[in-house]
Each structure stands twice: as C-alpha cells, then as structure tokens.
Design a protein around this ligand. Structure first.
Ligand code: SAM
Length: 292
C-alpha cells in the first residue's frame, strides 16, 4: 500500500467509490480496491452475502447495504442519505465491474445527477479480460452483454448483432450457452472467427477460437460448465474476385499481351486491384503451360 502511494492519495468524503472486484481469481483484487473497501463507511452490494465472503477473506469489517437490480432506486436513496452526511460509500457487484451487465448504472446516474462525486476504482471485467486473450484482427468492438433470454426479442437481437461487421461481445448464462453457440453458428457467416472464453481467471479457464461454421458441432460435443464470454471478430471481407465475363475476355487477350500490361488495362476496366489480376493471369499461364 505504501509503495503504491495509497496513503497520500485523495480520498474525499461524501463520495461514491465504484469498485471493480475479481471475476474468479481473488488475486486480481487491486491494492486500491482493498484500501478503499477497508476505509469507506459502508459498502453497497448487489448481494451482501457474496460480498461478505470477499470482505471476510481480506479481513475487512464494514457495514453493508443492498443495491439489487430491482431496488436500485431505493438503494440509491440509502446511499444518498449517507453521502449527504459526508460519508464515503463503495459500490460493488458480485463479480467484476458494477454497471457492466450488472446493477450500478442507475444508482450512479441518480447520484451524479444529485451532484455527488463518483470515483471509479477500476478492476477486472469479463469483457476486457476475454478481449485481451482473444487476438482479434478487427478494430474496436461493441459490447452487447446479455441477449434477451428468449422468444422473438432474442431472435431479433441475435440477428441484429450478427449483422454487425465490427467485433462484438456477448455474455451468456451457463444454462443457455449451448443454445447460443448453435444459434450463432446458424446466423453468422460461416467463416467469421469466434472466440469462446470460459471460466476466465479460474482453474478451468479455456479460451478457444473457432469459425462460426464449427460452433454447432462444438456446442454438441462440449458440456456447458461455468461462465462464458463469446466474442465475434470482424466480418471477413467478401471474396469478390473477377466476374466470369471479365475472366472470359482476359482469357482471350492473355496470349496477345504481356501480363503486366493486360493487368493494368483490366484493373481500369473492372475496378479490381491490378495485383490481383496480375496474379490471376500468372496462374492462368501456369495452368495452360502444365496442361500442354
Ligand atoms: N459485472 C461483470 C463484469 O464486469 O464482467 C459481469 C456480470 S454478469 C451478471 C455475469 C456474466 O459475466 C456471466 O454470465 C458471464 O457471461 C460473464 N462472466 C463473469 N465472470 C466470468 C468469468 N470468470 N469467465 C467468463 N465469463 C464471465
């Protein structure tokens, strides 16, 4: 704590501290999270029993209050009363970062609106953890989190998500992961790269990379166990190539003109890259030589 410079850091009163906690491996708690949790006047938790386990593990004794998804407004009122007295309150969820597919966002919005200082204490989140090991080729990503659990709303959300060309990330509950992987396999374009990250930071952590076409088979042969993040890489570029009509006139002219000159003319006429046409012409010449 000393080495991290924590005792000298600003720790204002009457502020809400939004604290990220581990998603499995307790070693991932940050020094700053421990420092804040052990000094605040109260911890507002999604599930106070879960948070008690975390606090006890690190020997922290602190008053708790409950901020569940369905009582977030009431929870925000309780926090607000404490902040008005100048108390410091930490907000945590069962795992990872509050407000990321978890309660917290509404309470933060209400308290920010009321003029209180909101201080983020960053920690793990399954989405960032999975992305860091996924090796995506695309730029940026969209975080979708959970799809609606069933019915038409789910089908429509899945189709809208799969139509995205940029990388996107889904969370899924263990009892729905098999269905999700099958649905993705049927909806994504077959060559799209998908990374399935399971039990991150835990004993049975696995991160595998597949093509969308392989997902249904994978779903049928792997029993769902634990928690999952599923990442879709960017949509692969379409193989456009030359049209059959362009190939036909190029075939006729190939014996008459040098490949480089013909490639330059054809690039102007077809809009395809000159290098692509040149390579096609060289393959054509090699095929014709082999067949003589
Ligand atoms: N707030 C959390 C965060 O910052 O990642 C997310 C909480 S959300 C209710 C729970 C979902 O997160 C799980 O269903 C799973 O999709 C994902 N998740 C959480 N922990 C995970 C882990 N260790 N490995 C893989 N996925 C995990």
């Amino acid at each position: 704590m000393e080495a991290a410079g924590l005792p000298g850091q600003e720790f204002p009163e009457g502020a809400l501290y939004v604290v990220g906690v581990p998603i499995g491996n307790m070693g991932d708690i940050t020094l700053r999270a421990l420092w804040v949790l052990s000094r605040v006047d109260a911890v507002a938790a999604e599930d106070t029993r879960e948070t008690r386990k975390l606090l006890e593990r690190f020997g922290i004794e602190v008053r708790q209050l409950s901020v569940r998804e369905h009582n977030e407004r009431h929870g925000a009122e309780q926090i607000e009363a404490l902040l008005r007295e100048g108390k410091r309150v930490a907000l945590v969820t069962d795992a990872g970062t509050p407000a990321i597919s978890d309660p917290g966002a509404r309470a933060v919005a209400v308290l920010r609106e009321a003029g209180f200082r909101i201080i983020p204490i960053p920690g793990p989140s399954a989405v960032v953890t999975a992305l860091s090991a996924a090796g995506l080729t695309g730029q940026g990503f969209t975080f979708i989190g959970f799809l609606p659990p069933q019915g038409r709303a789910r089908r429509e959300a899945l189709e809208t998500a799969c139509a995205r060309r940029e990388p996107f990330v889904l969370y899924e509950a263990p009892h729905r992961i098999t269905d999700l992987l099958k649905e993705l396999g049927e909806t994504l374009s077959p060559g799209r790269k998908v990374v399935v990250a399971r039990e991150l930071t835990k004993k049975f952590e696995t991160v595998i990379s597949l093509n969308a076409a392989e997902l249904p088979q994978y779903a049928m042969t792997h029993e769902p166990r634990g928690e999952y993040v599923v990442i879709m890489d960017e949509e692969p570029p379409k193989e456009e190539g030359l049209s059959p009509a362009d190939e036909a006139w190029l075939r006729d002219l190939a014996p008459e003109l040098p490949a480089s000159r013909l490639a330059a003319i054809a690039a102007r006429r077809t809009g395809r890259p000159r290098q692509e046409i040149y390579s096609w012409l060289i393959r054509l010449r090699d095929d014709q030589t082999d067949s003589q």
